[in-house]
Design a protein around this ligand. Structure first.
Ligand code: PEP
Ligand code: MG
Length: 700
């Protein structure tokens, strides 16, 4: 047996990212490898076990290796720790640093920004039977309410045959893994790889050797498989949660979620939904884990409404994929509603109407029927252009995050890609993607879009999304830190290879390049210089260059920026969070972070005016672009292009066809004079519904 004391110098300690590198290194050896930190010991081949040690920067660990390749294992692990475990420049001995809010691993599990829906702050207006939340998934559901509660699964405490119990547990873990593989494949096919990744992360949890080992020890002590597993899950999740770290709490929730799945299989329960009444219901829940949502029986669930929202965009995205109308962030009041209360859930307006009067019910039923017909009509007309009644065309293009989305986009009527989030190429890996790898992906996307324009946004990470191969000191406020273009300018090697890949792929289609998170003109100039240099190196043709307008400073200086770009694309998700100083993923505030806030609208207005004065065009690529209440306002403000998620394209195009530019302009002018987002939404309801809704649904 070999023992060696070492010090961890990584700025974030032995945290998610370096821990993963350490575990993967340890797994290459046959020897048993343990880490000791103070009184706690961990299996070095178990990520969960290592995380629960909570080793901070400067912390001492003892490496204990026992087995046939112990010498080699000690040497390699020592070198890996000294090399920084994927962090390039760990600080010098003795330098303490605050644990980083490291979300490198958390991206998969808890970073869920992509499809936040428009926010509706107020809980109830004049009618106290109307509860308001955040619209999360379109459609109308009518039915009785039923509160979905996680039932504590009851298990026998003891068992007499440990060998039998262990094999039952092994079988249950294998069955849960295969369910997760199926769920992953289904979600990947229906929605996309990024959204499905959470179920891969869940599989990795089940593969963790420590969970099984710890449950086995309990089984040997006389516990039943169910009891041993339940206790293991509870204590592991509690240990992670107790470390008081955002990332690890998210992982604790995942451990509970995935642990519950195994438990259900062990006791033969048919999942939580077995508790549902046989007649379909509208589910009320405090929150739903992604796997709860993905496995909802759509024959028994008409729609759902959760008390909290924001941090669970995964759930909202999955609801849309399942075609379930949904509202999130409706407030804890909904948990007090009685089961069986009859209700109308409107996923478009984010309202839950309780005990509706007969005439309201009839109207809702009609609306529901119209909704179905409208969706079918929208899909049928998806390939037609979006031209208003008075002949004004708005381009409708797709937000995509991978090649699969690109392949679907044209079929849903996309006229191009307004935002390719290139992050998918860079996240969840230990080294940067090569130029060749990137080139191939950009080329495949360009080819899939068959000559239609594709805007490739350069890497938008950093701060809250650190990359192992871009070591950075911890930041107090990562959303205000080194991210987006700032990060790329600090690492021009990364930007250069991305630009080379884009420019080379541009030969195969119509690619444009766009820089995210621009605040200063100097940043744009530096980025443009790099584009020019790469263009000269490759002797490639000119490419259009644009920037995202998502920092208020860029909107305010849009007239100056407009001289140096070919186009703007307004990132309303970030523009809203920075204008209102409200974290877009905040579980309580995100419901108020509404892009229809007049302050945000005035910034959009300013941007459009400045761009048009300079002869440049403007798109909107934030979620606001697919919000039915926002579409007429954005069109009225003169936005030239709306870039929305692929499934939203047919509805956005249909809505534009139902508008008239002159009325949309009138509405936009009124919205700019409103005092709050609520007032803007009321104005849309009163003016646009009166004026537009007759046309909407009959056209297409
Ligand atoms: C935005 O901020 O609106 C945007 C489209 O970019 P992302 O959501 O990727 O930050
Ligand atoms: Mg953004």
């Amino acid at each position: 047996m070999k023992e060696l004391d070492l010090v961890i110098h990584n700025p974030s300690g032995l945290h998610a990212r370096p821990a993963k590198v350490f575990v993967n290194t340890a797994k290459q050896f046959k020897s048993d490898i343990r880490l000791q930190h103070g009184a706690k010991k961990a299996n070095a081949k178990s990520m969960i076990s290592i995380l629960t040690l909570g080793v901070e920067s400067g912390g001492q660990i003892r490496l204990i290796v026992n087995g046939p390749d112990e010498d080699e294992a000690v040497a390699i692990l020592k070198a890996a720790i000294e090399d920084g475990l994927g962090d390039e420049h760990p600080p010098q001995d003795g330098q303490q640093s605050k644990p980083q809010k490291d979300k490198a691993e958390g991206q998969v599990i808890s970073d869920s920004q992509p499809q936040a829906k428009p926010a509706r702050p107020e809980k109830a207006e004049s009618d106290e039977r109307v509860v308001r939340g955040v619209p999360a998934s379109t459609g109308i559901a009518i039915g009785p309410l039923y509160q979905f509660k996680k039932v504590e699964i009851v298990v026998d405490e003891t068992a007499t045959d440990p060998a039998h119990e262990k094999s039952r547990l092994q079988e249950a873990i294998a069955a849960a893994t295969s369910e997760l593989i199926t769920l992953h494949a289904e979600v990947k096919q229906r929605i996309g790889a990024e959204e499905a990744a959470i179920f891969e992360a869940h599989q990795a949890i089940l593969e963790d050797p420590d969970l099984f080992e710890s449950a086995s020890t309990r089984i040997e002590g006389g516990a039943s498989a169910g009891h041993a597993w339940q206790a293991t899950i509870k204590s592991t999740a509690a240990q992670l949660a107790a470390l008081q770290d955002e990332l690890l709490s998210a992982r604790a929730a995942d451990i509970r979620d995935v642990g519950n799945k195994v438990l259900q299989i062990l006791v033969g329960a048919d999942g939580d939904t077995s508790e549902l009444p046989s007649d379909p219901v509208i589910l009320i829940a405090e929150d739903l884990a992604p796997s709860d949502t993905a496995s909802l029986d759509v024959n028994r669930v008409l729609g759902f409404c959760t008390a909290i929202g924001g941090a669970n965009a995964h759930t909202a995205i999955l609801a849309r994929a399942l075609g379930l109308p949904a509202i999130v962030g409706a407030g804890s009041g909904v948990l007090k509603l009685k089961n069986g209360t009859s209700a109308i859930l409107n996923g478009d307006t984010g309202t839950l109407t309780l005990d509706p009067d007969p005439e309201v019910l009839t109207a809702a039923k009609n609306l529901q029927e119209e909704h179905k017909i409208r969706r079918a009509t929208e899909l049928e007309a998806a390939l037609k252009p979006a031209i208003t009644q008075d002949n004004h065309q708005v381009e409708v293009v797709a937000n995509i995050g991978n090649v699969a989305d690109a392949k679907q986009a044209l079929g849903f009527g996309a006229e191009g890609v307004g935002l390719l989030r290139s992050e998918f190429l860079f996240l969840d890996r230990t080294d940067a993607p090569s130029e060749a790898e990137q080139f191939k992906v950009y080329r495949d996307i360009a080819v899939a879009l068959d000559g239609h324009p594709v805007i490739v946004r350069t890497l938008d990470v950093g701060g809250d999304k650190p990359l192992p191969y871009v070591p950075m000191p911890p930041e107090e406020n990562p959303f205000l830190g080194v991210r987006g273009l700032r990060l790329c300018l600090a690492r021009p090697d990364l930007l250069r290879s991305q630009l080379r890949a884009i420019l080379r792929a541009a030969e195969f289609g119509s690619l444009r390049v766009m820089f995210p998170m621009v605040a200063n003109v100097a940043e744009l100039s530096a980025a443009r210089r790099l584009v020019d240099e790469v263009q000269a190196e490759l002797s490639s043709p000119q490419i259009e260059v644009g920037i995202m307008i998502e920092i208020p400073a860029a909107a305010v200086l849009a007239d100056i920026f407009a001289k140096d770009v070919d186009f703007f694309s307004i990132g309303t998700n970030d523009l809203t969070q920075y204008t209102l100083a409200m974290d877009r993923g905040h579980p309580e505030l995100s419901a108020q972070a509404d892009g229809l806030h007049p302050a945000v609208l005035r910034l959009i207005d300013k941007t459009v005016q400045a761009a048009h004065a300079a002869g440049k065009w403007v798109g909107v690529c934030g979620e606001l672009g697919a919000d039915p209440q926002a579409v007429p306002i954005l069109v009225g403000l003169g936005v030239d292009e709306l870039s929305v998620s692929v499934p939203a394209i047919p509805a956005v195009k249909a809505q534009i066809r139902s508008l008239s530019l002159s009325t949309a302009k009138r509405l936009a002018a009124e919205a700019l004079e409103c005092a709050s987002a609520t007032e803007v939404r009321r104005t849309v309801d009163s003016l646009s519904l009166r004026t537009f809704s007759k046309a909407n649904g009959n056209k297409g």
